[in-house]
Write a protein that binds this ligand. Sequence first.
Ligand SMILES: *[C@@H]1O[C@H](CO)[C@@H](O)[C@H](O)[C@H]1NC(C)=O
Length: 165
Amino acid sequence: MRNLIVLILVLCSFRVPISQGRPRLSLVLKCKQSAGFNLYAQGTTKMCLYLGQENKTYVEAKADCTSRNSRLAVLNTLEKYQIVEPMSNVWIGLDDSVTEGTYRWADGSILDLQSELKKKIFYPGEPNAAYELEDCVCNYCFMNRPKLFDSPCGDTYRYLCEKVI
Ligand SMILES: *[C@@H]1O[C@H](CO)[C@@H](O)[C@H](O)[C@H]1NC(C)=O
């Protein structure tokens, strides 16, 4: 009986190479090494995110992400946006604070406002730079409507930090 169990275990280990399961598991563990961060997936896209529950201004939220060795979340693909889409009243890492009208992700790259991606992730007509005060971007944060909006950076929302792992 014991031999049979050993044989089955040996056969199983051939059928499912252990190494196949390892990268995904190690990514989960790597993400969880930082308190409060969790791995989210959409298709093959994975993001290691921390959802800050305290309401903070954009600058405060950004500083909190930095203190957690992370940055405000960069959602530069549709899959990444879809991970975040249901999370309401959160700052993400996108603003035009440096140059009005030029929206930069938290990694320094620029969002092309003519792109299909922009049309898919922003609420229609946004960003609208209302009153020239709305420089920072939040998700699902106006009139209980999903998608991205620009909002005054001094407003307070929850926030999403992203750890690049
Ligand atoms: C954050 O603000 C929202 C909207 O004003 C409020 O409903 C929520 O209770 C606040 N959360 C905390 C943790 O203060």
